[in-house]
Write a protein that binds this ligand. Structure first.
Ligand code: TMP
Length: 244
């Protein structure tokens, strides 16, 4: 795989072209970064685990009528996806206060947010992925006003489906980040990945605040047992996948 010409290499994935211009191959790496790549490392088996979790979540969402880029998963670390032009926005949905929301507002960790908060960040590493106001979103013209409305609607729909599914797994979906793209036909598709790299997931059965973290915060905050936490998420997802 590594000898083939890459179309693009990101922090956690490599994108390869295929013989079909409408189809790309995504390879999931074990590389992990945080804080805009200031912290770098590897999480054992992360590529395999995230590819499997993303596969199941994309399948679940497709089954619920959410259009995604996922086509199939030909190997443990590879996903075939529809080629899309990624909209450079990170769409974050928050059900409980955590992460940058707590840091920037002083809200207490774990505060329930009703309704969920939907935020748009400018996907631009050079600028540090800044949070956008509605006016800045309009000014930058990264998506049409109609697309912005649709992105928000889809993000909240994804939130409802994933919150319910993770609850069945005994996991609280605290927050997550989505990326969307537009395919050759002009269709808006959910893209990228949905995994413990891109979600905050708390184990409802855990006894304390540190043990409950099943996501990349274990890496960000040096909490240890990162691979074990990711694997636990996968085990629960697989155990409940039959009920899609
Ligand atoms: P934040 O609290 O750091 O803003 O993160 C919100 C959610 O977005 C959290 O689930 C982690 C995810 N996320 C990414 O997937 N990529 C990123 O670059 C960042 C900053 C957050």
């Amino acid at each position: 795989m590594t000898d083939r010409p890459k179309l693009y290499e990101g922090k956690a994935k490599i994108i390869y072209p295929t013989d079909d211009p409408d189809v790309l191959l995504t390879y999931f790496k074990d590389d992990a970064t945080a804080f805009n790549a200031q912290k770098r490392g590897q999480i054992g088996n992360k590529g395999r685990i995230n590819c499997a979790i993303s596969t199941h979540l994309f399948q679940l969402l497709e089954a619920r009528g959410v259009p995604t880029h996922w086509i199939d998963t030909p190997s443990e670390r590879e996903m075939r996806v529809r080629a899309v032009k990624i909209i450079p926005l990170e769409v974050v949905v928050r059900n409980l206060a955590a992460g940058s929301l707590c840091k920037q507002t002083g809200l207490p960790l774990g505060l329930a947010l009703n309704p969920p908060l939907v935020e748009f960040y400018y996907k631009n590493d050079g600028l540090g992925d800044p949070l956008l106001t509605d006016e800045r979103l309009r000014l930058l013209d990264l998506a049409t006003p109609e697309q912005v409305i649709e992105l928000k609607r889809l993000a909240l729909e994804v939130d409802r489906y994933l919150t319910d599914f993770f609850a069945d797994c005994g996991i609280t979906l605290v927050d997550f980040k989505l990326e969307f793209g537009v395919d050759a036909q002009g269709l808006l598709l959910l893209a990228d990945e949905i995994s413990p790299d891109t979600c905050r997931l708390w184990d409802q059965a855990a006894e304390d605040e540190t043990q409950r973290v099943l996501d990349k915060d274990r890496f960000r905050q040096d909490l240890g047992q990162v691979e074990e936490a990711y694997q636990r998420v996968l085990d629960r997802v697989l155990a409940h996948a039959a009920s899609f």
